[in-house]
Design a protein around this ligand. Structure first.
Ligand code: ZN
Length: 122
């Protein structure tokens, strides 16, 4: 089935055959197109957000990989020196390696007061 749309003099028009006469689209047709475009826009933003999250998770993973075993041991020792209550909410920052990361209970996200890193720890 042939269907073509074109804007003529600022009005959305359509025709049903390649050489057919251009007719103005109805307000209903234009409304359907508007709603579809809005939904596509929402879907695109969601898709981009998901992709950003994947990239950020990957970067977090890379930070862990770059962390030296020696520095990890030193920080782990410092972590054990904290009280039990402090230990529950503190972890080693994957970026700067300090025991400066505390967890936000409502978001499960950690934030480093030393280097400003924020994110989730796996
Ligand atoms: Zn840090």
């Amino acid at each position: 089935m042939y269907y073509e749309e074109k804007i003529i003099n600022g009005v959305l028009c359509w025709r049903g055959t390649p050489a057919g006469e251009w007719r103005e689209c109805t307000p209903q047709r234009i409304t359907i197109k508007l709603v579809e475009a809005q939904q596509q826009s929402v879907d695109s933003v969601k898709q981009i957000k998901d992709e950003i999250r994947t990239i950020l998770d990957y970067l977090d993973m890379c930070s862990y990989a770059n962390f030296t075993a020696e520095k990890y041991d030193i920080t782990k020792r410092r972590l054990r020196e904290l009280s039990a209550g402090q230990q529950a909410n503190h972890e080693i920052c994957p970026v700067c390696g300090s025991v400066a990361v505390s967890r936000n209970d409502s978001t499960s996200k950690y934030a480093c007061t030393h280097c400003q890193w924020t994110g989730k720890l796996s």
